[in-house]
Design a protein around this ligand. Structure first.
Ligand SMILES: Nc1nc2c(ncn2[C@@H]2O[C@H](COP(=O)(O)OP(=O)(O)O)[C@@H](O)[C@H]2O)c(=O)[nH]1
Ligand SMILES: [Mg+2]
Length: 302
């Protein structure tokens, strides 16, 4: 199945929402003020965000005037290109540059970090890489157990400590273990934290610094896991996390759970942090690499 189709089917519930409304709009005939109003409403309702929606419609109007277009169907390709330009913010794929290559997953509670850590481990394992999972959510024993079950299913090693222990120390040890065992990729889960809680964010920054102290240049990737169903708050989360430690990419989990999908557009416009993967379900293989052009085609092509 092509990526366009995978995005389409993961956004299937959007067919009656965002995608469906766009389809109707582009088939509506002659261009009018009403068309632009409805497009604006559709984008906002599709989680694109107010500012980005207004900006897009403004740009579109200008281009339509310049090109003297008359039909709504002619606008589709214009919007398609504008959205691809907007959503593209660098190559999506994680590039493995070091051994071990250290990937840290961060985010708020319940966003999908632990599941995404397992999915990534499975993905790299299938590519023949030696993976080490780190059960960095030391707050909840259940989180360690959850990751342990996933790691057994994926057939990858896991490093853990007693719950309540210092996650920085765990990560320090994990890097040592990875170097000793010639691991290719270390994937670190972390505890969920509210982006506006200072102490928790400081703890995350400490984890980041301790990893860097043990291995220069690490972590090589800090991926913020975002729940696609949280809407505009996702932009605020990304902004706060990015102030605490430099994010290198995003994982958009639970895309299958939203009828919108426009959140990708709003986040890219606001922050220009590349989406690297998209979660499309609860199973370990439900993770697909992101591609801006394919994603936008899935949104706009009938
Ligand atoms: N439908 C769906 N559910 C997901 C996805 N990713 C995670 N979940 C579910 O979201 C819930 C929270 O996930 P978890 O990984 O524990 O979140 P964490 O608190 O950030 O570690 C669990 O019930 C997962 O099964 C996804 O891509 N699609
Ligand atoms: Mg978790």
């Amino acid at each position: 199945m092509s990526l366009v189709h995978q995005f389409r089917s993961s956004l299937a519930r959007s067919k009656t929402g965002f995608i469906g409304n766009l389809e109707k709009l582009f088939g509506s005939g002659a261009l009018s003020e009403e068309f632009y109003d409805e497009l604006e409403e559709t984008l906002i309702a599709g989680d694109v965000g107010l500012q980005t929606s207004l900006k897009l419609v403004g740009q579109l109007k200008e281009e339509v005037g310049r090109l003297k277009l008359k039909e709504s169907s002619e606008v589709r390709n214009l919007l398609l290109q504008m959205l691809i330009d907007l959503v593209y913010s660098g190559e999506a794929a994680v590039e493995i540059t070091e051994q071990p290559h250290v990937i840290l997953l961060v985010g708020v509670n319940g966003s999908g970090k632990t599941t995404s850590a397992a999915k990534l481990a499975n993905l790299f394992c299938k590519q023949g890489k030696k993976v080490l999972l780190v059960a960095g959510d030391t707050f909840r024993a259940a989180a360690v157990e959850q990751l342990e079950i996933w790691s057994e299913r994926a057939g990858v090693d896991l490093i853990k400590q007693q719950s309540g222990s210092d996650p920085s120390a765990l990560f320090f040890d994990a890097i040592n273990a990875a170097q000793a065992r010639s691991v290719d990729i270390v994937i670190g889960d972390t505890a969920g934290r509210l982006h506006n809680k200072y102490n928790l964010m400081e703890e995350l920054n400490k984890i980041y610094r301790v990893i860097g102290r043990n291995m220069a240049g690490a972590p090589h990737e800090v991926l913020l896991v975002i729940d696609a169903t949280t809407g505009q708050n996702a932009v605020n989360q990304a902004r706060s996390f990015n102030e605490t430690l430099p994010l290198t990419g995003l994982i958009l989990a639970k895309l299958d759970g939203t009828a919108r999908g426009g959140i990708v557009i709003g986040i890219q416009d606001a922050l220009k942090i590349p989406v690297r993967y998209v979660g499309t379900g609860e199973k370990i293989e439900d993770l697909i690499p992101f591609n801006a052009a394919d994603f936008v085609h899935a949104l706009l092509e009938t």
